[in-house]
Every structure is written in structure tokens, then in C-alpha cells.
Design a protein around this ligand. Structure first.
Ligand code: HEM
Length: 509
């Protein structure tokens, strides 16, 4: 075989072909570079839809994009910093592997995204899918099935009447918590509030959903925590399709194990309801399970759909409330003058002869202001917990966002923006005493429950619970520190205190 056919032909430097090859090589590498380091990163470079105006944003690491922002526990802060650096507060583009993202850190574009029907879907993570949550409200695709769920839960679980009817039970749970705090103080001399709040919150949701309360949850609390962790964990499979074959992090396996246990637990409760309904035909003012069983009779719902819907309520309703109250209590310990003012307000409205109750809440504006200020400084969902998905190509500001893009709102960045809030780092409930700012989703300067079609359906119930329990805890105790209060954050599915709050509760006479 001649050498000219067996070896690669390399032109010598003086040959015109040499120049041609070099140019081609340079062009090849430049295009790879341009591809890998395009604004917004790889997933944006691969997008077929082109906008006239490029959305600014970091290219991140080649192929990986901003993966490491999402594996850290302070994703909201990293993204806030990047949107300032890239002058991209209204809209920033980035990639995580092959997933295309936009994020808004400004109330105007946040409103456009959250209230647009183009973003009424959610991206379904592998964990949500495996936990069957695509059949529950939070991850169900925008359409008839989801609308039905919203409608029935709005009537049968979250209506003002239902919330007010459950006030007595919330009061009982609050008083039980007060007793538990006293026992902790006499036994240990300190209180770790999170576990007490979690227990009360889980019981509260269990009652609304299953019509049942518990003295000891046993395994159930573990099931809720496991689901919470699985939904919050960064799963590489969601962004790198090849990896998803191997379940490297074991997320799929853990989800399947959990679903099996949840099925046993929820099916037992559903069967109890079925038996009760067989004995008395007419169910008067039943719980949420009864409502879903009626729908099952109309063939609108299967048993596995029902389990998914019921279980999701437990997940969503438990930790959010407990986490928010833990942040509030940390602030009460850190700001004794604010705590004392709230206690004075409770005394002036309630007097000292009776326990504070649900009907007192509308007369406690300073207490409301404390809750709002904590939602501003420590929003439980700084990135609004669950993102949105563009159903079709759509315009946000001057930019075209292609179908299939995951859209997020950085609520933490908005609530800490010095151009929107005076002295944003200061914890100051007084900022809400003069001006009426709603937290329910109409004012995007502070929308901790999201906004638009997919706004949190449990927001009124969550707020009623947090306000009542806070009033009860403040009426009964003066809260002081037991060591330094550490406000470090850790973002899982919600923004938690990295070090659980440990404090002392002195009985108030
Ligand atoms: C402090 C308490 C709470 C906070 C901060 C909170 C926050 C949120 C946020 C930010 C969203 C996403 C909204 C959006 O995409 O625009 C959401 C959705 C949701 N929340 Fe809440 N939530 C709380 C309490 C509750 C409670 C008590 C329940 C039920 C018992 C609940 C059930 C849900 C459900 C089912 C969704 C999904 C709605 C849908 O996609 O249609 N949440 N929540």
C-alpha cells in the first residue's frame, strides 16, 4: 500500500490548502465556542425559535450550564446576583444541561409570566411523575382535569366557610402546642420549635383532608419528609436525558418505594370512608375524601388519582406552614421590641382573661404585618417552589420565549430589591402598617403564594393557620434566645432555616 493512501494527507505550510484547512479549523472551533458559550448556554443555542432580541444571560459551564447553582442550597441568591451582573432583572436566560430556562426578577415580567395562560403548565420533574403527582393538582397539565380539581378544592376545602368552620380545630391544635412548649421547657429548659410546628401543621392538614387527627403519626411523618426531600432534590436525570436511563441518584427507586407505602396508608383511610358511607347513605358535610369519592361514583376519578390528590395536599400544606412559622419565631426572638408590641396588641384586643381565637385575627393588624414582613424577608418559596412551562411560543416584554421553556420567578430577588423596597434587609413590619399591600398575588412586589391561574389554592388556609398559632404562642410566652439565632438559609423544596431554631419560652402571666 502506498504511503499516500495509508496516511492522512497533510498539506505543507506553503501549500494554499494549508491556509484553507487552518481557516476551516478556526471556523469549526469558533462555532463550537459560540455554541457552548452562547448567551443563555447550550439549551438556548439548540433552540429553533429565534427571537429578534436575545435574552441576556450567562452561558455557564459548557454543556452543564448553571447546574451548580441548582445543586447549591442558595440557588435564589446565585440567580439574583447573576441577573444583576447581566443586567437581566426583567428576564434572564440560562441553561441547565438540555433544559432551557428564563427567570424574572422584576414585578412587571413576573406578572406577565404568572398571569399568562401561555405559562399555565408546569414542567413535571421525574420525582413528581414517579410520585404520581402529574395526576394531582400541582403538576397536572393545564386543562379540564386540572380545572376540575381547582374547582372542587376551592369549594370543598379552601372556601372561606370551610376555613372558618375549621377555626375551632386550629385553636385546639394551637393550645396543644402551647402545652407541648410548656412540657419541653420543664423537661429540657429549651424548645426546638420546628418539630412541634410540623406535628401541629400535619394534624391540621390531615383533618381538612382526611377528617382525622392523630396523637402519634408514627411512620407518616417520615413519609411526608421523604416525599418533600424527593421533590426538592436536584435530579440530574431531569436535565440530561442520557443519565435518566440509569437512575444514578436512586430518585426513581426511592419514589417507587415511597408510593407503595403511601398507597397502603391512604387506601386504608379511603376504605374507612367507604365503609362509613355504606352504613349511612347520606354523608353530611363530609371531608375532602368524601368529595373525591362522590366524583369517583361519577366516573370522573380513579382511586390512584384520588390518592395522588390527597397526598399532594398533605405535602404542600404541612411544611410550608411550619417553615414560615419557624422563621417568624426566629424573628420574634431577634427583635424583642417587635414581639412585645405584638403581645400588647393581642392584650388590647383580647384582654387577659381568655385565649385568643380565630375571630380576633381581623383586629390584629400588627400581627398581620409581622407575618407579611416575614414572607417578604424569608419567602418559603423564594423561586415560587414549582416553576411554569411555556405551552407555546410567547412574548415576555420584548423577547420571544419558545414553547417548552421553563419559566421561573425569583420572588426572593424582588423582595430584596432596593429599588422596590426601602432598606430591604431591615426586618420592619411597620412598612405594612401604612400601605395596604396584598400578599395574595395581585401585587407582584410581594407574591409569596404565586399569582394567576396556578396561584396557591391553600393561601388563605395557610395564612389563617400561621396567624392564629403565632397569636397563641405570643399570648402565652415571652420568647428568648437559647444561644445565637442563626438566620442561614437552606433551599430544599422550601427555604428552611439551616440550623433549626432552639429558644426558651417564658410563661406570661
Ligand atoms: C405558608 C404557606 C404556603 C405557601 C408560602 C405556599 C406557596 C405556594 C406557591 C408559591 C405555589 C406556586 C404558585 C404559582 O405557581 O403561582 C403554591 C402552589 C400550591 N399550593 Fe401552596 N403554599 C402554602 C400553603 C399551602 C397549603 C396549606 C396548601 C394545601 C393544603 C397548599 C397547596 C398548594 C397546591 C395544591 C399548589 C399547586 C396549585 C396548582 O398548580 O394549581 N399550599 N403554593
Amino acid at each position: 500500500m502506498s504511503s499516500s493512501t495509508s496516511t492522512l494527507f497533510i498539506p505543507n505550510a506553503s501549500s494554499p490548502l494549508f491556509g484553507c484547512h487552518t481557516i476551516l479549523l478556526v471556523v469549526f472551533f469558533l462555532s463550537i465556542f459560540a455554541f457552548l458559550f452562547a448567551p443563555g448556554g447550550l439549551a438556548w443555542a439548540l433552540s429553533k425559535t429565534r427571537s429578534k432580541s436575545t435574552i441576556p444571560g450567562p452561558s455557564g459551564f459548557p454543556i452543564l450550564g448553571l447546574v451548580f447553582a441548582f445543586t447549591s442550597s442558595l440557588t435564589h441568591k446565585t440567580l439574583a446576583k447573576l441577573s444583576t451582573t447581566f443586567n437581566a432583572k426583567p428576564l434572564m436566560a440560562f441553561s441547565v444541561g438540555f433544559t432551557r430556562f428564563v427567570i424574572s426578577s422584576h414585578p412587571d415580567t413576573a406578572k406577565e409570566i404568572l398571569t399568562s395562560s401561555a405559562f399555565a403548565d408546569r414542567p413535571v420533574k421525574e420525582s413528581a411523575y414517579e410520585l404520581l403527582f402529574h395526576r394531582a393538582m400541582g403538576f397536572a397539565p393545564y386543562g379540564e382535569y386540572w380545572r376540575n380539581l381547582r374547582r372542587i378544592s376551592a369549594i370543598h376545602m379552601f372556601s372561606p366557610k370551610k376555613i372558618s368552620n375549621s377555626g375551632c380545630f386550629r385553636e385546639k391544635l394551637g393550645l396543644k402546642m402551647v402545652n407541648q412548649v410548656s412540657s419541653c421547657m420543664s423537661l429540657d429548659g429549651f424548645v426546638e420549635v420546628k418539630s412541634l410546628l410540623h406535628f401541629a401543621s400535619l394534624n391540621n392538614v390531615m383533618m381538612s383532608v382526611f377528617g382525622k387527627s392523630y396523637d402519634d403519626f408514627g411512620e407518616v411523618e417520615k413519609l411526608v419528609s421523604e416525599g418533600y426531600e424527593l421533590l426538592g432534590v436536584f435530579n440530574w436525570s431531569d436535565h440530561f436525558p442520557i443519565i435518566s436511563w440509569f437512575d444514578v441518584q436512586g430518585v426513581r427507586r426511592r419514589c417507587r418505594d415511597l408510593v407503595a407505602k403511601v398507597n397502603v396508608f391512604v387506601t386504608e383511610i379511603v376504605n374507612e370512608h367507604r365503609e362509613r358511607r355504606c352504613l349511612n347513605d347520606e354523608v353530611v358535610d363530609g371531608d375532602f375524601v368524601d368529595v373525591l369519592l362522590d366524583l369517583e361514583l361519577e366516573n370522573k376519578f380513579s382511586e390512584s388519582d384520588m390518592i395522588a390528590v390527597l397526598w399532594e395536599m398533605i405535602f404542600r400544606g404541612t411544611d410550608t406552614v411550619a417553615i414560615l412559622l419557624e422563621w417568624i419565631m426566629a424573628r420574634m426572638v431577634l427583635h424583642p421590641e417587635i414581639q412585645a408590641r405584638a403581645q400588647m396588641e393581642i392584650e388590647s384586643v383580647v384582654g387577659s382573661g381568655r385565649p385568643v381565637c380565630d375571630s380576633d385575627l381581623p383586629n390584629l393588624p400588627y400581627l398581620h404585618a409581622i407575618v407579611k414582613e416575614t414572607l417578604r424577608v424569608h419567602p418559603p418559596g423564594p423561586l415560587l417552589s414549582w416553576a411554569r412551562l411555556a405551552i407555546h411560543d410567547t412574548q415576555v416584554g420584548p423577547h420571544m420565549v419558545p414553547a417548552g421553556t421553563t419559566a421561573m420567578v425569583n420572588m426572593w430577588s424582588i423582595t430584596h430589591d432596593g429599588e422596590i423596597w426601602v432598606n430591604p434587609e431591615k426586618f420592619d413590619p411597620d412598612r405594612f402598617m401604612g400601605e395596604e399591600i396584598s400578599v395574595m398575588g395581585s401585587d407582584l412586589r410581594l407574591a409569596p403564594f404565586g399569582a394567576g391561574r396556578r396561584v396557591c389554592p391553600g393561601k388563605a388556609m395557610g395564612l389563617a393557620t400561621v396567624q392564629l398559632w403565632l397569636a397563641q404562642l405570643l399570648q402565652n410566652f415571652k420568647w428568648v434566645g437559647s444561644g445565637r439565632v442563626d438566620l442561614s438559609e437552606c433551599l430544599k423544596m422550601s427555604l428552611e432555616m439551616k440550623k433549626p431554631l432552639v429558644c426558651k419560652a417564658m410563661a406570661r402571666v
